[in-house]
Design a protein around this ligand. Structure first.
Ligand code: PEP
Ligand code: MN
Length: 474
């Protein structure tokens, strides 16, 4: 395996650069690293497949299949992240908690691009910065779980680890980890990305004018007057901007081109390493399942398999940081994952919870700043604010999400650092999974469709983009 791990075999026929070949230390890894060196490290989220030979066979097949993204796209994305690190751009990342193969449908994908596009326009026009759009899609199929099994009605079955591993239905058949799913998810990621690429080529042409967006939140009388006025001013600016673009050549023109990048948690390392290959002409490896893989809160241990895998690839990587992380751990992660300070390499995604930001975030900002490390700070206001209602429904309150964003902006302002992005679990559909806006606790059952964490719906997500734009200007 891995003898043919090359992005394109044209310049380097298979076998040209076996991973064991002696080579000069690369900019981002030591010589012992290989796409499979993670196998000798502990993986607390390892999947217990009952047929290891089938896992190998399927991983070998995924190795042969074309990459989902290219190294030059990854490099372009890295240059944009590098600019964001300098305060010149803002990153918007969003999508499902757990993508499913069943929801690989044209309408779902269109709606997701639509909401991300609308939010990005609000941030560009209202917030005053160019936006880098990153979807949690075309590969967000693997989920870490706090418990390996789930008990319902006295029956214990393996937990749902995402469509990449098993099915969400609570039956022994569905919950059995099946390696064939890796191949099926690769195909669904490819179909999703194919549609995303063709929709983005149409630019803003599919976008409705703001006068048709659901902006009822900006009329709410309980909003403080200055907030309401700011929201209404943003809407007027948006209308002017779109009119101006029309006058300059219309929605189909170069001006209205939009770009989307892909991301997912790099959790199942069989899948990730099978698509990890050396770029032609360069002794650099890329994980070509996505532009930006990220390291989850549960798998960031320094001697673990995930850190080992990620340290050797050249993609920009996200690192989730929860309230238990210490400043020293953050510095060690940066030393291991970015020893040579490559611009655009590290995106630190903080997810502290609204009530813990004030105590936990400032020490991290201080230590990274004092060490002079170059990172992009991003706020994930979702994962620290998950609650369970008295009837047992997992949800999040819109108000807590806004509070975490506000307090995160405050912490960066106080430290003199730049909050350069946000990370959301959202959908373009009209689900009722988070409480806020028109969704009350008793409405949650109306359209609760997520297979994992609760997502913002279209109008909640749009309202949040207005709240963020207001803070970006402040
Ligand atoms: C997620 O992003 O869905 C997730 C599991 O996040 P975290 O690792 O931050 O808990
Ligand atoms: Mn989640």
């Amino acid at each position: 395996r891995n003898s043919s791990n090359h992005e394109a075999a044209v310049q380097h026929p298979p076998g040209d650069i076996p991973p064991s070949r002696p080579r000069a230390p690369s900019r981002s890894r030591t010589s012992e690293w290989s796409p499979t060196s993670w196998r000798s490290r502990p993986d607390s989220q390892a999947v217990r497949y009952d047929d290891p030979a089938a896992v190998e066979r399927i991983a070998s097949r995924i190795e042969e299949l074309p990459p989902l993204v290219s190294s030059w796209e990854v490099e372009r994305f890295r240059s944009l992240v590098a600019e964001a690190q300098l305060g010149r751009r803002f990153l918007l990342q969003g999508g499902d908690c757990a993508e499913t193969m069943r929801e690989c449908r044209s309408e779902t994908i269109v709606n997701k691009l639509d909401i991300l596009l609308k939010m990005s326009l609000v941030l560009i026009v209202g917030g005053g910065k160019p936006v880098v759009r990153v979807g949690r899609f075309a590969g967000q199929y693997a989920k870490p779980r706090s418990r390996p099994t789930e008990v319902r009605g006295g029956i214990e079955l393996p937990s749902y680890f995402g469509d990449l591993v098993n099915g969400s239905e609570f039956t022994p058949e569905a919950r059995r980890p099946d390696p064939e799913r890796m191949l099926a998810c690769y195909h669904h990621a490819a179909m999703t990305l194919n549609f995303v690429r063709s929709l983005s080529a149409g630019g803003l042409s599919g976008l409705e004018r703001p006068d048709r967006w659901d902006l009822s939140f900006s009329e709410r009388t309980d909003l403080p007057a200055p907030v309401r006025e700011c929201f209404q001013a943003t809407t007027r600016q948006l209308e002017d901007a779109l009119r101006c673009m029309d006058a300059l050549g219309g929605a189909g023109s170069e001006l209205s081109r939009v770009e989307f990048f892909t991301s997912h948690e790099a959790l199942n390392l069989h899948y990730e390493s099978a698509q990890t290959r050396a770029a032609p002409h360069r002794d650099e490896y890329y994980d070509l399942t996505a532009h930006m893989p990220w390291l989850g809160e549960r798998t960031r241990s320094l001697d673990g398999a995930h850190v080992e895998f990620l340290r050797g690839i050249s993609n920009p990587i996200g690192i989730k940081l929860g309230p238990s992380v210490t400043p020293v751990e953050v510095l060690r992660l940066l030393d291991t994952l970015n020893p040579t300070e490559i611009p655009g390499r590290i995106v630190l995604i903080t997810r502290m919870g609204a009530e813990r930001v004030d105590a936990t975030l400032p020490p991290l900002l201080e230590v990274v700043k004092r060490a002079g490390r170059r990172v992009l700070w991003v706020c994930d206001p979702m994962h620290g604010n998950t609650i369970t209602t008295s009837s047992g429904v997992k949800t999040r309150e819109f108000a807590a999400i806004v509070r975490e964003i506000d307090r995160t902006f405050d912490a960066h302002d106080a430290c003199g650092t730049y909050l350069g992005g946000v990370h959301f679990e959202l959908t373009g559909d009209h689900v009722t999974e988070c409480i806020g806006g028109s969704v009350r606790e008793e409405d949650l059952s109306h359209a609760y469709e997520t297979v994992c964490d609760p997502r913002l719906n279209q109008s909640q997500a749009l309202e949040l983009s207005y709240c963020i734009a207001r803070r970006m200007r402040a």
